[in-house]
Ligand binder design. Structure first.
Ligand code: IVH
Length: 684
């Protein structure tokens, strides 16, 4: 790059970085992940190093980001709040490089003993300075530009973990407390608190917080302390500012112990490490523990433990030579969405998945990120072609956090859910009030086959003994079973060819397959695994409709006549049998010899269907049981007491209070002949 090109690139980078600084530090609304910001920053640093004439005093590389907000009173720090140098090397080399630098600065040779360090976590929140005078919290300030921060005392006072008074140490009184003790540390939000806050925000239809770090920073910099108070924040101390009238311990670890004794929260994950190897071990140990921590960290921090040595090492520009942050790979990165695929899960749920330009994030290369469901795609407004922030934390599935909408190309395409299953072509449905779309293919859909088979073979379904999880997996993965009817074509020969399948087990399985063929309509219907059709519903539908053909041909309305079958269940059964391949599977299974005794169709229409009837008194010819049976056969429900829900009361002689009550409620009263003529009008 020549000097002219470099000058224009430097100007562009500075404008970009300044804008991101403002978004990050002042508005708490960053547009790009830290890794992207760091990349811009490093590019600028490199260009300034290569072309020193381009270096100006106002370059963002010359200052710490952030400026006091207008709304808060400025606080001039008695001791500047410094930042620390960052190592981003993966694994041990960051620790080794730091130790080597420290030893060089201290002019130590190989014969000198290893340096002792204090290692701790790098919390991901907002740095604050807490000023205690005579043990009382008098002021809290943000870092700002390092020289001047903002007075956020009101907001910090709402953090329960921050003591308003230091605890009296070893029986001492407050008068024995340090004249001035400035404690520096990080305000952060625990992940569970963050999730709970967002859940509440979603329920209330309010804006959600982007991530715990922004949540913490944004809360502390709220001009209204009542808002800060509603956001559950936490605090960890990691250092000192101005101190007067206190015998500061000799080591950093000693300082943290003393702060803890004052009742100030200090994170338990810290260690005194002798030499570079121990630092590297700490880095590795915390990397493993990271995902399980209740809060976010973005690395670890190593500090020379001895305060005397810290003083000897001093500072370069705004960074101490005695401390370094060793970061973990960023958990967020920028990439582009190349497409949105739809995956079909074992239960038929359709999940949109963003296909991404490969990007290194959270220590691995990520090419896919889940978008959960169509609602999420809309909420985040993800288009194909978009630049997005992806996040991968621990072992969790990578996620699209947000879209950089100002980078959306004109060619970007919106997403919509397919109307047919991408795996089997069956209709896709989304039920009222549900976020997920589902494939209606059921057993026909290969994505759902394993699950469908296990359900089919279940004890309360076809009861095929010996057809368990492992075997089903083998059969499906081995291509032996593509559809349920294939099950009944399995012979001993095919089966015993499978790995780990003894002849005896193969024979047993074939026998239980054979046995399963004699079943009931209810079991068979349940075995088909129709969504929302449980064992009891299947039985009832079978009892009411009597035959498979009748069920397959029933309209939603007819199905909804069956007691306990609501519109959702009725629609689900109807859609299932509207798929030609599902009907085909049923036919094939019957052709394999699956059989049951078909009953007579129950009444599904007529004046008594779904009616609640109460019998009272003695009828002239019918016994109470006969009347009940006839009513039930006509689709009525016979109950014992009269209420507003009662449709008819059938009254004989000596009818008592039930009759009076029914008359009071204006319920239709029938005598035996009225009942019989009503029953006669039923069409079945
Ligand atoms: S020490 C002179 N220790 O990281 C040393 N900083 O640039 C001053 N941070 O925004 C910092 N955890 O808020 C230190 N255990 C830790 C830290 C920590 C997080 C933040 C700090 C600042 C940045 C350092």
């Amino acid at each position: 790059m020549d000097a002219v090109a470099a000058a224009s690139r430097v100007a562009a980078l500075r404008a970009d970085i300044t804008r991101h600084d403002r978004l990050y530090y002042e508005l708490d609304a960053p547009e790009v992940p830290d890794a992207e910001y760091d990349r811009l920053f490093r590019e600028l640093q490199a260009l300034e190093a290569e072309f020193p004439t381009l270096l100006t005093p106002d370059s963002p590389t010359r200052r710490v980001g952030g400026r006091a907000l207008d709304g808060f009173a400025p606080v001039r720090h008695a001791v500047p709040m410094l930042s620390i140098r960052t190592e981003t090397d993966v694994e041990a080399s960051g620790a080794l490089a730091f130790d080597a630098r420290v030893r060089r600065e201290l002019a130590l040779t190989e014969d000198d003993p290893p340096v002792e360090y204090a290692a701790e976590l790098k919390f991901d929140g907002l740095a604050v300075n807490l000023r205690y005078e005579h043990g009382v919290l008098v002021q809290a300030a943000t870092r700002g530009d390092g020289e001047t921060g903002e007075d956020v005392t009101q907001n910090v006072r709402t953090i329960r973990e921050v003591p308003l008074r230091l605890a009296a140490v070893s029986g001492g009184s407050l008068s024995a407390a340090p004249e001035v003790l400035e404690i520096r540390g990080e305000v952060y939000m625990r992940r569970d608190q963050f999730d709970a806050f967002n859940a509440r925000a979603i329920a209330a239809g309010e804006r959600t917080l982007v991530n715990p770090r922004n949540a913490a920073a944004g809360s502390i910099r709220q001009l209204d302390p009542a808002i800060a108070a509603r956001r559950p924040l936490s605090f960890f101390a990691y250092g000192l500012g101005d101190v007067r009238g206190w015998g500061v311990p000799d080591t950093h670890a000693g300082v943290l112990d003393a702060l803890s004794a004052f009742g100030v929260p200090v994170c338990e994950h810290r260690a005194v490490c002798t030499g570079a190897g121990a630092l590297a071990q700490f880095h590795a140990r915390i990397a493993d523990a990271r995902a399980g921590l209740p809060f976010d960290i973005d690395g670890v921090v190593y500090k020379v433990n001895s305060r005397a040595l810290q003083q000897k090492l001093g500072f370069v520009t705004r960074e101490p030579r005695w401390a370094v942050a060793h970061k973990y790979p960023a958990q967020e990165a920028l990439t582009t969405v190349q497409g949105i695929d739809v995956q079909v899960g074992r239960t038929g749920k359709l999940t949109p998945v963003a296909r991404l330009a490969p990007v290194f994030v959270g220590g691995v290369t990520v090419t896919n990120a889940t978008l959960h469901n169509e609602y999420e795609v809309r909420r985040k407004d993800v288009h194909v072609g978009d630049t997005v922030i992806v996040r991968r934390a621990g072992d969790v599935i990578p996620e699209v956090v947000s879209v950089l909408s100002d980078r959306r190309p004109a060619t970007a395409a919106a997403f919509s859910m397919p109307v047919h299953c991408p795996v089997c072509g069956s209709d896709v449905v989304r039920e009222e009030g549900e976020a997920d779309h589902r494939c209606t293919g059921g057993l026909f859909c290969s994505a759902q086959r394993r699950q469908a088979l296990l359900h089919f073979a279940g004890r309360r379904a076809m009861d095929i003994e010996g057809l368990g999880d492992k075997l089903v997996e083998q059969l499906v993965d081995g291509g032996l079973i593509r559809s349920l009817p294939d099950l009944y074509t399995l012979g001993v020969l095919k089966l015993s060819a499978l790995a780990r399948m003894a002849d005896k087990s193969a024979e047993n399985l074939v026998a239980s397959l054979e046995k399963s063929k004699r079943t009931t309509l209810g079991r068979f219907l349940f075995a088909l695994g129709i969504r929302h059709v449980g064992e009891a519903t299947a039985k009832e539908v079978a009892r009411q409709l009597g035959s498979m053909d009748r069920i397959m041909g029933a309209s939603v309305e007819e199905l909804a006549q069956v007691p306990d079958v609501g519109p959702v269940v009725a629609a689900s059964i109807h859609t299932f049998f509207a798929q030609p391949h599902n009907r085909e599977v049923v036919e094939q299974l019957r052709a394999c010899g699956i059989a049951w005794e078909e009953g007579e169709a129950r009444v599904i229409s007529g004046p008594m269907v779904g009616k609640t009837v109460v019998l009272t008194g003695t009828l002239p010819t019918l016994s109470r049981d006969e009347a009940k049976e006839m009513l039930e056969a006509a689709g009525a429900k016979v109950t014992g007491s009269v209420s507003k829900k009662t449709d008819f009361v059938v009254a004989g002689t000596e009818a008592g209070t039930k009759l009076t009550k029914a008359q009071g409620l204006g319920i239709t009263i029938l005598d035996e002949s009225g009942l019989l003529s009503m029953l006669a009008t039923r069409e079945s």
